[in-house]
Design a protein around this ligand. Structure first.
Ligand code: NAP
Length: 317
């Protein structure tokens, strides 16, 4: 497994990370997910050299962190463990999480994550989303204290703009960014990647398979009753356009004897500015396929073909 240095830290991460959102096992979000299979998937990842595992308290309201905690018990030293703060569980009827990055809340969330993860240190601690109600100075001060106390080893921001990252950096170090990025959602490459390269901030893009769309397993006949039913990439004309792109990608992938998922992962991993994408998987067989995205090279011609194919900016991407 290839490893990559995480920005200006002393941490090295595998060229792909395992995302554990689905392991939160909330049926309406990701359908039925079995904890034993989740734990087997995490073990499979570690056994095959993936050392980067990403979770968050909001994934299954603590459940994903608990599953990760169980899976890495006795193997903690093999893992670069990433979790997040700033999205609070909500009792509102729509269950929309509340954003909160106040110092008291960040400290409390951090303690709860440590307990669920059965560890005394979080390697990468991300603000999950910006919180306009809390001055970023206050959030960065508490994160910097946690860093100096040794409770966290690196500070991360997720879903922040360049302006928001620059504002945060006035009050403390930012080591890593977690933006959305995939063949179908490339905005981060316009400004965030160059900004992060310039300031030696690592980039761990999330959702590189667009919730499974870029595995090539869906057809126009598919309907969705999980999180995908609300995702514009899975709805109407945009869904059909995406399926046409996937069909064309299949042809390119076939030249390398690879699947579309492997092509998408290879493309993302080797995109200038990317440190390591976070890829979700629910079972070891998915990981077997995804690992096949590494260790081979896409030709410049095929990279150009893919650029032409996914050409103009995707709607809303
Ligand atoms: N910071 C943030 O705001 C944020 C937001 C989103 C995600 N993330 C992180 O990024 C991770 C990845 O994102 P994601 O889970 O949204 O999307 P993703 O990685 O694009 O897609 C993952 C999903 O695709 C399907 N899949 C994966 N490999 C497959 C394969 N080989 N064959 C068939 N299906 C396969 C699985 O779902 P099915 O089996 O159900 O199809 C899997 O859960 C998350 O787990 C989370 O850690 C962070």
């Amino acid at each position: 497994m290839e490893h990559r240095r995480l920005g200006h830290t002393q941490l090295d991460v595998s060229a792909i990370g395992l995302g554990t959102w689905a392991m939160g096992a909330t049926v309406e979000t990701w359908g039925h997910v079995d904890d034993r299979e989740s734990i087997a998937t995490i073990h499979y990842a570690l056994d095959h050299g993936i050392n980067l595992i990403d979770t968050a308290p909001i994934y299954g309201l603590g459940h994903s962190e608990e599953v990760v905690g169980k899976a890495i018990r006795g193997r903690r030293s093999e893992v670069i463990l990433a979790t997040k703060c700033g999205l609070l569980f909500s009792n509102s009827p729509d269950h929309q999480p509340q954003r909160c990055l106040s110092p008291q809340s960040v400290r409390r969330e951090c303690e709860e994550s440590l307990r669920r993860l059965q560890t005394d240190v979080i390697d990468l601690y991300f603000c999950h989303w910006p919180d306009p109600a809390t001055p970023i100075r206050e959030t960065m001060e508490v994160l910097t204290k946690l860093l100096h106390e040794g409770t966290i080893r690196a500070i991360g921001l997720s879903n922040f703009s360049c302006e928001q990252i620059a504002a945060a950096r006035e009050f403390g170090p930012v080591h890593v960014l977690q933006p959305p990025f995939s063949m179908l959602a490339r905005r981060a490459a316009d400004d965030l990647f160059p900004y992060c390269l310039e300031h030696e901030i690592a980039v761990l893009p999330h959702s590189p398979l667009v919730k499974g769309l870029l595995t090539g397993k869906f057809t126009a006949e598919d309907t969705f009753d999980d999180i995908r039913q609300h995702d514009p990439d899975f709805i109407g004309n945009r869904f059909h356009r995406n399926l046409r792109i996937v069909d064309a990608l299949k042809e390119i992938a076939a030249r390398y004897d690879k699947t579309v998922a492997q092509l998408a992962i290879n493309w993302t991993c080797n995109f200038p500015g990317v440190t390591a994408p976070l890829i979700g998987a629910k079972r070891p067989t998915q990981l077997t396929e995804n690992l096949g995205g590494l260790g081979w090279e896409l030709s410049d011609d095929d990279r150009a073909r893919i650029d032409a194919l996914i050409g103009g900016p995707a709607d809303g991407a």
